[in-house]
Design a protein around this ligand. Sequence first.
Ligand code: SF4
Length: 318
Amino acid sequence: MVELLASGGTLEMARAAFDNGADAVYVGAKGWSRRRALYEMDDDQVVEAARLARSRGKILRVAFNTLPASSEAPLFLSRTEALWRAGIRDFILTDPGLMKALKKRHPDAVVHASVGCTIGNVQDALFYKEAGASQVVAECRMDRETMRKIKREAGVGLEVLVHATMCWTLLGRCTMSSYARFARQVDDTGKDHFPGSPNRGGLCYRICLTDWDRVDGRGNLEAAGVKMPNPAFFRAEDVPELIDLGVDTIKIQGREYSTALVGEMVRFYRDLIDACLRDRAGFRMEPFRERMAAIVAGRDTERREKTAGLIGEARGDA
Ligand code: SF4
């Protein structure tokens, strides 16, 4: 049965996601995920969210999905050890070395290879399986044939994002934000923080969506105010096909959206998946389209506001 995975930027959001039908929720371990601290959880909150999940027979996954310096490996092991003792068993990781280290220490740990791994083909999937992952996240541009091939040949679970931002560069490979605003701070545990690099545990300032000048090879201005294409997608229409294809997890990304919107998106996908599973032959998309349009409009409004704030922050306005 396909799993619906939703974002838990806060405890309140995790609760709303479960209340609205999510089978699993992912949260970011403070300092270790691809969002700013505001949308991450400290260990007490993670434990609380896991309790909430267990009380409903659901799953909580904890993301440690930034690329660490080797000096941070002991910190990772002590953080995950504390969470393991508190009953956390499900982790989302990017670094293959940390995957191996965690699996060596805890063979029963469930490790999923994060969206940050930029998994684009069956070889990537096999690589992360070898590192210890039992499930991999498909890169946003992955076509159906590649998904089928991974399901057929890799022997790992496959997770597909149905709501996310389609990065201009491959998701997990972008360094643009760090050129716009770079900072580095080491906290008192020794953890490095790089605001401006989601890959290193900071945030993306959505620099691709600012106005760019396009110049030719000699530096002459060809066009001003160019925006790189980076749409937020909403793949409701694809859900029936993803289910037919045997996708294991359908993921709604978006810890930075409002709790109300996340709850609405989860309810929408829950109803859609259930309708599809109940009667695949008779399933029709039409009744969902109007609802989808309203959610997309709400999502786009929040996204526009958020993007303007982030770009302003990168410029130093805030
Ligand atoms: S700057 Fe744009 S392309 Fe790069 S990570 Fe951010 S949203 Fe993605």
